[in-house]
Design a binder for this molecule. Structure first.
Ligand SMILES: Cc1cc2nc3c(=O)[nH]c(=O)nc-3n(C[C@H](O)[C@H](O)[C@H](O)COP(=O)(O)OP(=O)(O)OC[C@H]3O[C@@H](n4cnc5c(N)ncnc54)[C@H](O)[C@@H]3O)c2cc1C
Length: 504
């Protein structure tokens, strides 16, 4: 066993001592969104921050994109550590605000790089609970560019910081220290001939951002600490995605009228989902979702026929005419998992978890990236709080709290899905009361701009759940009728751009 004596900084291998003067050292396991954003925050609290990533990041071409042919720079650009990159990644408003708070000007940069911005509900033809949404002016926007693009731009910003170093192509395989304090990580380089060589990297703080497949609970047990209790709700949802070119003229037409995407939202009585969204290179990413036992096929020749299960032929028609540009990719590990490091137990100082390694959501709600960014904001605020000593436990609680609303949305909805399994599926009395109210909210969301606006502000993680109980919203939910909605998919917008129903 030997100590790590070199790190890669801004693309060059240099001795560790050159990467920064001796002092506090933080190690972040995982160089994806949650890890990069945590590292950015930690630059304010440690003299050196080392990101350990098992993949090697793609080389960038001269324009700053990753080299490749059609589709390869977008949804198809996937590295082994983030296979979910081949599937749609919407960036919710809560995440947009958090990213701008962490990396000023980031959203403008993302827009300038071509990431499409889709107004909800104005730009989307959307079906939910037996209703088509009225396409009234947008009250929130999502970004629908590829995950690879978002990660690449964040990576560029974070790795430019002089105290951040990157160790690529290296697995973290364990923790150093004991149940009282974590003192670093155990690393193993990937690649030929390097498999058995393990090295130690000392650290004052270790942040686990290694994603939904984290091994940290095992690493903690190996040093005598307690693994966290895990809450699990699994609907068995599976994704199948494929890149298309819209040859129909249906999507991406005149912004003032045409739709930018199609979305069929599943529910307990209609469990099949579909979404097609624009990517930054002008192509579209189409995805089916289905539950355990009736998953969408990943066979190229069978992909389109899954559309026959949907409640309207509009999707099937679009797919029949659009041009497929990639093979079909599948994804099945979609359970909601929350690791309760905040609960009492033998927890070592100097160890934190964030991002999917802390709380993973069913991806259908589109929350993970936003929560990764909001968790980094919570980390920043907890570390900088002048009123409280930032103990490991206190900071971990604050980071977990950043995911609470997202968890309530995805876990609360998934409990109701047929066949959901896991130790957290039990429906309590409070869930039933909330479920009754939320059902009425959802009935009104497609047709009532006031209720719709409140609902969107909550699911986009921009406002707390309490927004659904504001007086005007509660009146409409409790006493108002569900307003009329379009009988057929609305292919044009309603109302004036930039104004909101109910605002005047
Ligand atoms: C199918 C699917 C669709 C999704 N859609 C959306 C969406 O629409 N909107 C949204 O906001 N979110 C979505 N998500 C969630 C989103 O992908 C994640 O929340 C987001 O990427 C943040 O994850 P992370 O950084 O915590 O982990 P990840 O992105 O999973 O990254 C973990 C990183 O750790 C590295 N790593 C793992 N183990 C080790 C180790 N032992 N040593 C060193 N490095 C290691 C991996 O290589 C990887 O780089 C989706 C997820 C899935 C699965």
């Amino acid at each position: 066993m030997q100590s790590v004596n070199s790190v890669r900084t801004n693309g060059r291998w240099v001795p560790a001592e050159v990467a920064g003067p001796a002092g506090r050292h933080a190690v972040v396991v995982g160089g994806s969104l949650a890890g990069l954003l945590a590292a950015q925050v930690l630059t304010g609290h440690a003299e050196r921050v080392t990101i350990v990533e098992r993949d090697r990041f793609p080389e960038e071409d001269e324009e700053g994109g990753e080299a490749g042919a059609v589709g390869e720079g977008t949804a198809s650009a996937s590295r082994p550590g983030v296979p979910q990159s081949r599937h749609p990644h919407v960036l919710l408003e809560g995440g947009q605000l958090a990213l701008d708070a962490l990396l000023p000007g980031f959203m403008a940069e993302l827009r300038a790089a071509g990431a499409p911005r889709v107004g909800m509900p104005a730009d989307m033809v959307q079906w939910q609970n037996g209703r088509w949404f009225r396409r009234v002016p947008a009250s929130t926007h999502i970004h629908t560019g590829s995950r690879a693009q978002i990660e690449r731009l964040i990576r560029r910003r974070v790795l430019a910081h002089p105290s951040v170093a990157l160790v690529e192509g290296t697995d973290t395989v364990g923790l150093l220290g004991d149940a009282a304090r974590v003192r670093g990580v155990l690393l193993r380089k990937r690649g030929d001939g390097a498999r058995d060589e393990q090295r130690e990297l000392a650290a004052d703080l270790v942040v686990d951002a290694s994603g939904r497949s984290t091994k940290a609970p095992r690493w903690l047990a190996a040093i005598g600490a307690d693994a966290p209790y895990e809450e699990i709700i699994d609907t068995g949802l599976a994704y199948a995605s494929r890149v298309y070119r819209d040859t129909t003229g249906t999507l991406g037409g005149e912004p003032s009228a045409g739709a930018l995407g199609l979305h069929v939202v599943p529910n307990p009585t209609q469990p099949y989902g579909f979404v097609v969204l624009p990517l930054e290179d002008g192509t579209h990413l189409a995805t089916f979702s289905g539950l355990r036992g009736d998953e969408p096929s990943t066979d190229d020749s069978e992909f389109e026929s899954y559309a026959k299960r949907l409640p309207h032929p509009v999707v099937h028609r679009w797919l029949r005419e659009a041009e497929p540009l990639s093979p079909v990719s599948g994804f099945r590990r979609t359970a909601n998992v929350r690791r309760r490091y905040d609960l009492p137990g033998r927890r070592p100082a100097g160890f934190l978890a964030t991002g999917d390694a802390l709380c993973t959501f069913n991806p259908i709600y589109g929350q993970g990236m936003a929560v990764a960014a909001m968790s980094a904001v919570a980390l920043r605020d907890a570390l900088a709080d002048p009123r409280r000593t930032p103990t490991t436990r206190r900071v971990q609680k604050a980071v977990l709290a950043a995911s609470r609303q997202a968890w309530d949305i995805s876990a609360g909805s998934d409990k109701k899905m047929p066949g959901a399994t896991g130790n957290a599926v039990a429906v309590r009395l409070a869930d039933r009361v909330a479920g009754w109210y939320l059902h009425r909210v959802q009935e009104r969301t497609p047709g009532d701009p006031v209720v719709g606006r409140a609902f969107r502000s909550v699911v986009s993680l921009n406002e707390p759940l309490g927004a659904l109980f504001a007086p005007a919203v509660a009146r409409a939910v409790l006493f108002g009728p569900a307003r009329e909605t379009p009988a057929e998919p609305p292919m044009t917008r309603e109302g004036r751009e930039g104004t909101e129903y109910g605002a005047s």
